[in-house]
Write a protein that binds this ligand. Structure first.
Ligand code: NAP
Length: 180
């Protein structure tokens, strides 16, 4: 049975996971898009999130080249009351998200910056792809990862090749148990 983070109260009883690809400065995007194309990272993202629920901000949804992600329940967060997005559930608050996830054992928050900021203090798990490069002119960032809050449980290094311009590492962190 998954041990959830006590700070999130009774809002959601399952695992709250985040998944992100960030550069050495925690940058995640530029002008509404990802920083670079890493096919193996997209594969990794698909493997981890498929058949689960994914929650994203409206701007991230609008950046998806083919709209809603297949084989996943897509939830888009927006403040726009009448917004509709093809094949997505629209939510205006985290409380609304939890109502749509009552029967789920795990929910993935997939960005962007605003959504990571909203959820990081409640999250149980972080799947971080660290891109070993510093992109100039990035304009969106993942929040600082406090080493006192997270335990590294998995690490897999990947070398650059003709399809991947930079080295990158798949990290998995879980939140340290609260002692209070
Ligand atoms: N590297 C990665 O792993 C990764 C992953 C995802 C995204 N990204 C990148 O991140 C960038 C987008 O990030 P972003 O921070 O600009 O946008 P975002 O988080 O994707 O979306 C922001 C929007 O979400 C809605 N929103 C935010 N907080 C909300 C709340 N509490 N309640 C209801 N709605 C809320 C608002 O929509 P309305 O304005 O409609 O009200 C807001 O404008 C893009 O460049 C994208 O490519 C990178």
């Amino acid at each position: 049975m998954h041990q959830t983070n006590s700070s999130k109260g009774n809002e959601f009883s399952g695992e709250i996971a985040m998944i992100v690809a960030a550069d050495e400065n925690n940058a995640i995007g530029k002008k509404g898009n990802l920083l670079c194309h890493l096919p193996n990272d997209l594969k990794h993202f698909k493997q981890i999130t498929e058949h689960h629920t994914v929650v994203m901000g409206r701007k991230t949804f609008e950046s998806l080249p083919k709209g809603a992600l297949p084989n996943r329940k897509n939830i888009v967060m927006t403040s726009q009351k009448d917004a509709k997005f093809n094949d997505c559930i629209v939510c205006h608050s985290l409380d609304e998200v939890w109502k749509h996830c009552e029967n789920e054992d795990k929910v993935f928050f997939i960005g962007g910056e605003q959504i990571y900021k909203l959820i990081i203090d409640k999250a149980d798990t972080l799947h971080l792809t660290r891109i070993h490069h510093a992109f100039p002119d990035a304009d969106t960032f993942f929040p600082a990862i406090d080493p006192n809050e997270w335990t590294l449980v998995e690490e897999k290094q990947q070398d650059a090749d003709d399809r991947h311009p930079f080295d990158y590492t798949f990290f998995t962190y879980i939140r340290k148990k609260q002692t209070k």
